[in-house]
Design a binder for this molecule. Structure first.
Ligand SMILES: Nc1nc2c(ncn2[C@@H]2O[C@H](COP(=O)(O)OP(=O)(O)OP(=O)(O)O)[C@@H](O)[C@H]2O)c(=O)[nH]1
Ligand SMILES: [Mg+2]
Length: 293
């Protein structure tokens, strides 16, 4: 996730939105950089004008302001039939997450001095680097919140950065279940293996766990017709796959020490309600039993 964490139901989620224009633009450029590969893989014919537009975007060095040529190139591709032609061959395209949204926002992202909305920022991706620390107040309880990046270089060091945690919030990307790549090579069982290692860490022996199975919206979009038998041979629907996946994680945890929710963190209202409710419960447990760890 990008931006600062949720504070409460009324305050803004992301500050200094003007600084995120570069990030949302980069997300837009990446959609078109990937689209070229998808067209080639799906043998969709690219016209000469479209090829020139792809080349322009590919070689463009992203600075503070989009050049007229890059804007023109994005418009050419955005107004083309290429997305539809690819979708006719394959319903779920291997393009960056939320690409439909990003394309729909292209005109705003390309206009001068545009300030991205909170939603624009939430829908865009930028890798978390380094540790992000926040003191969060929710439901009258104060939480020291430390966000850890998911990259493997950081994963190896996760436990070096906290010494007395009470709660681990582990965010699982449900949409991975509808991605063929998830069942092959190094990605196979990656998330569950990372989680398994974490649960065995002595530092986390007594913590509470909050598991957020996120991107439920993407999962629902992508799961129709997907063959989940690769996950387990008895699975024949998206719902069965979701609950099977959930149980793979929860069975690794001691009873009574975890909560698990299927969510879409993009749905701000529901997420805030859920986080408020969880904060209330966790705060209460902690107040009643201050030595949780
Ligand atoms: N559609 C949808 N997109 C989401 C949701 N939650 C996060 N995203 C998008 O997913 C992207 C972040 O994805 P992840 O790769 O899971 O990010 P991360 O786990 O923070 O990864 P690192 O920062 O690399 O550690 C951003 O583009 C978000 O907009 C969701 O519930 N629904
Ligand atoms: Mg992140």
């Amino acid at each position: 996730m990008n931006g600062t964490p949720l504070r409460n139901a009324t305050k803004q989620v992301v500050g200094n939105r003007q600084y995120y224009l570069y990030c949302v633009q980069l997300n837009l450029l990446n959609v078109y950089r990937e689209l070229q590969k998808v067209c080639k893989d799906m043998e969709v014919t690219i016209t000469e004008a479209q090829q020139l537009a792809f080349d322009e975007i590919d070689t463009y060095r992203h600075k503070e302001k989009f050049t007229p040529r890059v804007i023109e190139s994005i418009r050419t591709l955005r107004d083309s039939q290429l997305f539809d032609l690819c979708r006719m061959r394959q319903r779920i395209l291997p393009l960056p997450q939320n690409y439909n949204f990003l394309i729909s926002r292209a005109d705003d992202f390309m206009s001068e001095n545009f300030i991205p909305t909170e939603n624009d920022i939430m829908m865009s991706y930028s890798q978390t680097i380094g540790l992000s620390y926040e003191l969060v107040t929710c439901q009258g309880y104060k939480f020291d919140l430390l966000e850890m990046p998911g990259h493997h270089l950081w994963r190896a060091r996760w436990t070096q950065h906290f010494d007395d945690p009470n709660l681990v919030v582990f965010v699982i990307d449900l949409s991975e279940l509808c991605d063929q790549a998830f069942y092959q090579g190094h990605l196979q069982k990656k998330t569950i293996n990372v989680f398994n290692d974490l649960t065995r860490n002595p530092i986390l022996k007594k913590v509470y766990w909050l598991l957020l199975f996120n991107k439920l919206d993407t999962f629902n979009d992508h799961s129709a017709g997907f063959d989940f038998k690769k996950l387990a041979s008895h699975l024949d629907t998206g719902d069965s796959a979701k609950s099977f996946y959930r149980s793979q994680f929860t069975q690794l945890l001691p009873k009574g020490k975890f909560w698990a929710h299927m969510v879409s963190l993009m749905n701000l209202k529901d997420s805030q309600d859920m986080i408020s409710e969880m904060s209330r419960r966790i705060g209460k447990i902690h107040r009643e039993r201050p030595n949780l760890t």
